[in-house]
Design a binder for this molecule. Sequence first.
Ligand code: NAD
Length: 303
Amino acid sequence: MNVLVTGGAGFIGSHVSERLVALGNQVQVLDNLSTGKRENLPPSELLNFQEGDIRDQELVAECCDQADAVIHLAAVASVQASVDDPAGTHQSNFDGTLNLLEACRKSDVKRFLYACSAAIYGDTEVLPVKEETALNPLTPYAVDKLSGEYYLGYYSRQYGLNTSSFRFFNIYGPRQDPSSPYSGVISIMADRLLSGREMTIFGDGKQTRDFVYVGDLADLLVESLARTDMSGSIMNVGTGKQTSLLDLKSALESVSGKTLKVSFDDPRKGDIKFSCAAVTRLVTCFGKVPTTPIKEGLRELLG
Ligand SMILES: NC(=O)c1ccc[n+]([C@@H]2O[C@H](COP(=O)([O-])OP(=O)(O)OC[C@H]3O[C@@H](n4cnc5c(N)ncnc54)[C@H](O)[C@@H]3O)[C@@H](O)[C@H]2O)c1
């Protein structure tokens, strides 16, 4: 299969590309390297890297012309960046998605997988969060992710494009960039632990997230490429388990044998307190949830 992976040089995209290549697929990566890195990708004759932008309609059409399937991961993945620059991030996170869907419609692409986000639920009170839960996108990032998902539904109904939207919860693992205070909390914790620097926890540390190991997500996306029975599907990708930041700290310390110094500050405005995915749809569709235990995933991350 020839698979176009947008955002393939990024954290999640590089794991997905690696899996695809390992299984003998031809992979085209389209990435503008705004946060991704060329060196995240494995050297392989099966992989063709194209530095370019999903906002470029002509380039996107060229890439889709050669592809059997698209895994669309390219986005400005920082919620804070979308708050700082809604119009700029909208061009990548929404216009780029629409460019890809249009190019797929006009070419022979058979399958379209989309990285949506649990951010579209906002601060929900009832856990675990089901896909049917009222949506409450609170940031430009979440609004764009949800709009993209709605468009997938439209292209599935109108043109028969075999689409699936996956609402990722908190993905973690090697190659996640810890450089911004808004990066994935596990990458920041691991970075602080290894460098001996103090970590600031905003709030009491009892806030929870549903953490998914990136390798499990990559396996799931690759497996779902061949599915012909999922068009128009929408699905949470989580484990169905909550882990608090304090539990995470203990797990990291036990895996590494080091102590993480922490200080506590006021909760950040807009941060949600608890998060956990309902996984019934995932189990019904794939017969399983992401399985890597958190300590094993942390071991992989620490290297
Ligand atoms: N990491 C998570 O926990 C998480 C959770 C929910 C959703 N997601 C979504 O998963 C996807 C991958 O996220 P990630 O964590 O790997 O982030 P990332 O920043 O590592 O990857 C995004 C990639 O997209 C590229 N990119 C950005 N704008 C582009 C553009 N206009 N044209 C071409 N390439 C562009 C970047 O260079 C980068 O390589 C994103 O769509 C993100 O919104 C991630």
